[in-house]
Design a protein around this ligand. Sequence first.
Ligand SMILES: Cc1ncc(COP(=O)(O)O)c(C=O)c1O
Length: 396
Amino acid sequence: MIAKSMAPLLAGASEIRAMFEEGLKLAKVYGKENVYDFCVGNPGLHPPKEVYEAIDYINHNMDPHLVHGYMPNAGYDSTRQCVADYFNRKYGTDWSLNNIIMTVGAGSALCAVMRTVFDPGDKMVVFAPYFVEYANWAYLSGATTVAVPPNEANGFEPDPAELKKILDPSVKMVIINNPNNPTGVIYSPETITGIADVLREAEAEYGHPIYILADEPYKELVYTDQVVPFLPDYYDHSIICYSWSKSLSLPGERIGYVAVPNTMDGFEEFMGALNVANRVACGTNAPSMMQLIVERCIDAQVDVPYYKKNGQELYDIVTKAGFTAVVPQGAFYLWVKSPDENEYDFIKALKEERILGVAGSAFKCPGYIRLSFCIANETIQRSAESFYKVGKKYFG
Ligand SMILES: Cc1ncc(COP(=O)(O)O)c(C=O)c1O
C-alpha cells in the first residue's frame, strides 16, 4: 500500500509523457518519419565535440577512483571552483567553490533548494504558464503552490502588480524560469526589477526572507540580442539552479548545480543545509564523471543557431497556416494560441494530421499549446503540409 501523500502525484501523471507514448504508437502505424512529434523537450542535437574530447581525455588519463569514486557530497572542489570562476568572469562576482553545490541536474537542484527552505504550510509562487514539476517538488517538501495568472496582454511577461496581490506571510519562495518553458519568452530587466521591488517590500513587511529561485537550464539558448538578467544583480535572496541538460545536450546524464550568492542571509548555514538536502534527499552527489566533463566544457555549447533556425521556421509555418504564436526568444518551445476554446480539440485536430503537441493546461494555461522544436530540422519542414491542412480546417 502506497503512502497517502503519493496518491495525488500518481493521479496527476504527466501529460507530456502521455503524448510521448502517443507518438510512439503513431510512429508504429504511420512510420516514424510521418509523425511530427513536438512534445518533449528532449534535445535532438549531439553534445558538442568538447564533451567527446573530455570523455576521451578523462578515460585515458585520469585515476578511475576519481572518475567513478565517492566524493564530498557537494561535488569535486575543482568543478565547483570552475563554475564559480565562470560566474566571476561573466558577471563580475567574487565567488568561490563555497558558493556552488553540484547536483543531479536542475530537477535535483530545485528539489534540494525546496527541501532547504520549506516547512509544511509554506507557499511557493510561480508565474503561469509554468513547468508543473515545480508544484510536485514543493508538495514533497510540504509546501503549496500558488500561481500568478498568465499575462497574455503583455506577451507572457510576469506582472509584478499581480504578484503583489497573491503574496502573504506564508510565501517563502518565488520561481522565475528564464528563458521560459513553455512560452519561449525572455523576461526583461524591467520585469525582474518590478518583481524584486515587490518582494523586497514584502520581506520588510513580513520580517522574513522571500527567496527567488532562478531556474535557468535554458540560459544559453537565446535567439535575440536580449540579455537574460543575472538575478543576484537585482535581488540579494536569489538562488540559481542550472543544468547542462539543454546547453550540452546531456539530459540523461543528470548534471547541474545550485549557486548561492554571498549576500544570502545566514550564508554558511544555508549552504550547510543545502548540502545535507542534496545528500539525503536529492541523489547524494552529482555524477562524478559528468562533473569532470562539464569542468572541461564550461564554455562549450550545442549548436544554438540550429535551434534558432528551427524556431524561426516552425514559427513561419505555424503562422502561415493561420495560427497565432509567440515569437520564440529563447529555450526551444513555440507557444501557440489554440483556435478552439478548448485546446484539447485543437490537439485532436493536429493529431489527425500526425502532429503532436502538449496542451497549455499541462502548464496551467489553457487555450494554448506548446510545440518543442529541439528536433530534426527536416521534421519541421516535413510537418508544414500537415499544419497547412489543419489551418485550412479552421480558417478555410
Ligand atoms: C523549466 C525547466 N526546469 C527544470 C527542468 C529539469 O531539468 P533537468 O533535466 O536538469 O533536471 C526542465 C526540464 O525540461 C525544465 O524545462
